[in-house]
Design a protein around this ligand. Structure first.
Ligand SMILES: Nc1ncnc2c1ncn2[C@@H]1O[C@H](COP(=O)(O)OP(=O)(O)OP(=O)(O)O)[C@@H](O)[C@H]1O
Ligand SMILES: [Mg+2]
Length: 280
């Protein structure tokens, strides 16, 4: 079986725009580092020499200790944060800013309080200058898929935290992105809804064949949804290792008791333990 994700070696040549080597990867991260200058005190090195390849259609989870640079990595791939070193190539083009084929849901849902649920989802079309009439049906279908069709005309303050996150997810998917970047989208969701959303989102991603990168703190969630789990070290974050989850998708609830699930979850836990991911 071809690995859905391969850890890549550190770059040996500088990444000159236009001269990047051709690659089968949809996302290619090469030797990425990120250093945040501090207003006071020492600078923070969030990422160091992060290299990864993600093949088209793969679902990749990223786990690692709090503050190890997971969100920074995701934002860098999204073109919302510039790496201080290394390069990121998505679909053959070096990332220099946000690009239209990407969908993103942030750690905080960032819904607009003055827009209804449906209008929040349609924000994607508005921002891209597209006619919203062509998207209303898809917006409603996405809301139905996450069980929120009855709330299309409600305002965000009338929703629970979990419902808000589901709206943010629909918004990220509206324009049928080829790359979906999710930063702890289920953090505010209760445990039962979260397990259901894991199944639902796994199905949505599989059906739409979107390449997905999910940042999460939850080892079980990471394994449940992914073809491969990238385990990061504590800061400065780098790739500690990759655990493949060799099981068919989309996943159903029963997968949680499957030997392949348990094996992968144990491997992720052991890797975190071995690389200082847990405090002693
Ligand atoms: N805009 C910023 N300016 C300065 N420092 C930042 C900025 N964004 C992140 N950092 C720092 O970079 C490090 C990594 O942050 P990041 O948010 O990527 O971590 P994370 O792995 O997503 O953590 P968590 O799991 O808690 O969400 C942290 O030390 C953080 O303080
Ligand atoms: Mg984060």
């Amino acid at each position: 079986m071809v690995s859905p994700i391969v850890e890549a070696p550190a770059p040996t040549v500088s990444s000159t725009p236009g001269l990047l080597p051709p690659s089968r990867s949809q996302v290619s991260v090469r030797g990425v580092g990120k250093r945040f200058a501090a207003r006071k005190g020492a600078a923070v090195v969030a990422l160091e020499q992060v290299s990864l390849d993600i093949l088209p259609g793969a679902f990749v989870s990223v786990v690692g200790p709090s503050g190890c640079g997971k969100s920074t990595l995701l934002l860098a791939i999204a073109g919302l944060e510039r790496p201080t070193s290394g390069s990121i190539v998505v679909e053959g083009e070096e990332v220099k800013g946000p690009f239209p084929r990407m969908g993103i849901a942030f750690q905080r849902d960032s819904l607009l309080e003055w827009r209804t649920v449906l209008d929040n989802v349609l924000l994607q079309a508005d921002l891209r200058g597209r006619s919203r009439s062509g998207y209303i049906e898809r917006g409603r279908a996405l809301l139905q898929m996450v069980g929120l069709e009855a709330f299309a005309s409600h305002y965000p303050h009338e929703l629970s935290g979990g419902m808000r996150q589901r709206v943010a997810l629909c918004r990220a998917l509206l324009h049928e992105p080829t790359l979906l970047l999710l930063d702890e989208p289920f953090g505010a969701v209760d445990a039962l809804t979260r397990e259901q959303l894991n199944v639902d989102v796994s199905g949505i991603c599989e059906v739409s064949n979107v390449t997905t990168m999910l940042v999460t703190h939850d080892i079980n969630e990471a394994v449940f949804m992914a073809d491969a789990v990238v385990v990061m070290t504590s800061r400065p974050g780098t790739v500690a290792g990759i655990v493949e989850v060799d099981a068919p998708k989309p996943r159903t609830h029963g997968f949680r008791s499957d030997p392949a699930f348990l094996r992968a979850a144990t491997a992720v836990r052991e890797l975190l333990e071995a690389t200082g991911g847990f405090r002693r």
